[in-house]
Design a protein around this ligand. Structure first.
Ligand SMILES: O=c1ccn([C@@H]2O[C@H](COP(=O)(O)OP(=O)(O)O[C@H]3O[C@H](CO)[C@@H](O)[C@H](O)[C@H]3O)[C@@H](O)[C@H]2O)c(=O)[nH]1
Ligand SMILES: [Mn+2]
Length: 442
């Protein structure tokens, strides 16, 4: 349900719906996720007009119903619908399969028929399913709905899937073939939009004629909710996600942190592409549910598509590091792209952070491996970055990339004093009067 809330919160953006498309990546390749989104698409036809009519600010349904918000005549009805949707999704997840009673039309059962016996999360053909289409689907008041597209990229055991970077690159390509909007927001499943006016705020930067044309992306901070009361594991990560990006904003801009970031599409698509549908000026005139458009979308979502292309090296999110966000933005800035850190009073996005020791250690370990991959690659910030961006930004990136090395002195410091105490040895030099006076003189 978390991912459904993420999608609903951005579908309900205070922005013309005919210009909004939401692409959901299901890297687990589960038909249960597709089912949840079919339910979400139906619920959205009630939720969007409700938010618009009552000027709701909290547009993530779960957060809205949890907070004691103002009451409107149709609040109870919508709340009931949300609960029903939740129960249906939870039932299906518990049963692990979707029985016929849950399918409302032929189109739906046809979509699920793609999950054949050979279909496994690690090995399956791509699935692109249009759940809502602007030109056809209307909400209950007759207003256009935004596009909602489910994407599960093709996977093969014999080919590298490149983790999140690979998943995002498929979304970049599928969206290019279907709608090709010039501005893209990437949002993780564990976050949701907390402010419906965010796209307008972003456009103020992107459309400002005085703005540097090399402005590539606008990053919002990751702000977490639901952290343990005393935040014993420092899960807010204020330094990494709020303070340090503000500092980098004074140079050429902050790094990308994987979520809550609006990009110019051009940043990811280098020069002209061999696939005409992936060019920046490609205009989609047909229905996104037409056979031709879907065929191209499936083609670019296939696991073989990237072979012998520049995806992951010069196009899209860059491969080679587990922190694809950090690595990609670093290389983009080396190419001259600039960024902006936008930290409004009301957080634009809210998210979850790990709250138990096991998942925190797992996350930190992944980050450390990813950062060291950048620190010791041929484009290391300390050698390549300081020359390519500017010395200060290069040092900022180096500061992050070499951050895992701190674990060595910290571990030593955690043990040496105790060992010294047990062995009655002194770890600090004895104070020698002559040196002491010298030091005080200095
Ligand atoms: O093979 C993968 C792995 C992850 N994801 C998605 O990546 C997102 C982030 O994953 P999560 O498990 O939440 O990782 P975190 O440790 O919380 O991620 C932080 O660190 C990552 C690496 O730097 C960034 O990409 C994230 O945005 C940032 O929140 C989720 O939406 C996942 O669905 C994939 O699609 N495919
Ligand atoms: Mn996360």
């Amino acid at each position: 349900m978390c991912v459904v809330n993420t999608a609903l919160s951005v579908m309900a953006y205070d922005y013309p719906t005919e210009k909004l498309s939401v692409y959901v990546s299901d890297d687990g390749g589960s038909k249960l996720t597709l089912f949840a989104f079919m339910e979400a698409a139906r619920f959205a036809t009630h939720w969007l007009p409700y938010c618009r009519k009552n000027n709701i600010v909290e547009r993530c349904p779960d957060a809205y119903f949890k907070s004691n918000n103002s009451w409107f005549p149709d609040t109870n009805r919508i709340k009931m619908m949300y609960k029903n949707m939740r129960v249906r999704v939870e039932n299906v997840v518990q049963e692990g399969t979707i029985s016929r009673d849950y399918m409302t039309n032929e189109g739906e059962s046809e979509a699920f028929s793609r999950w054949t016996d050979e279909f496994t999360p690690q090995n399956h053909p791509p699935v692109v399913q249009v759940l809502l289409e602007q030109s056809k689907d209307k909400d209950v008041t007759g207003h256009t709905m935004p596009n909602l597209v489910y994407v599960s990229r093709g996977k093969s055991m014999n080919l590298p899937h490149n983790f999140k970077a690979g998943a995002l690159n498929v979304l970049l390509r599928v969206s290019a073939t279907m709608t090709n909007a010039p501005v893209i927001l990437t949002l993780d499943t564990d976050m949701y939009s907390n402010d419906p006016r965010t796209p307008v705020r972003v456009l103020c930067y992107l459309l400002d004629p005085a703005m540097d044309p090399k402005l590539g992306y606008i990053q919002f901070p990751q702000i977490f909710h639901g952290i343990n009361e005393n935040d014993i594991y420092g899960g807010q990560l204020k330094l990494e996600f709020q303070i340090e990006p503000s500092g980098m904003d004074g140079l050429v801009g902050p790094s990308y942190v994987g979520t809550g970031c609006f990009f110019r599409r051009g940043v990811f698509f280098g020069g002209p592409s061999e696939t005409p549908e992936l060019n920046q000026d490609h205009l989609v005139n047909e229905s996104i549910n037409s056979k031709e458009v879907l065929a191209v979308a499936h083609h670019v979502a296939d696991c073989n598509f990237e072979k012998k292309t520049k995806w992951g090296t010069e196009m899209g999110l860059r491969y080679g590091s587990l922190v694809e966000d950090f690595y990609t933005s670093y290389l983009l800035q080396c190419k001259g792209w600039k960024s902006i850190f936008c930290n409004p009073k009301r957080p634009a996005f809210l998210g979850n952070s790990p709250i138990n020791l096991h998942s925190i250690l797992n996350q930190i370990m992944r980050w450390c491996v990813g950062l060291l991959e950048v620190a010791f690659c041929r484009y290391s910030p300390i050698t390549f970055g300081v020359k390519s961006i500017n010395p200060l930004t290069g040092l900022c990136y180096a500061h992050f990339a070499f951050w895992p090395i701190w674990s060595i002195p910290i571990t030593i410091y955690a043990f040496v004093p105790q060992l010294a105490l047990l062995n009655c040895a002194s770890i600090f030099p004895k104070v020698c009067p002559s040196k002491h006076s010298l030091a005080s003189q200095l």
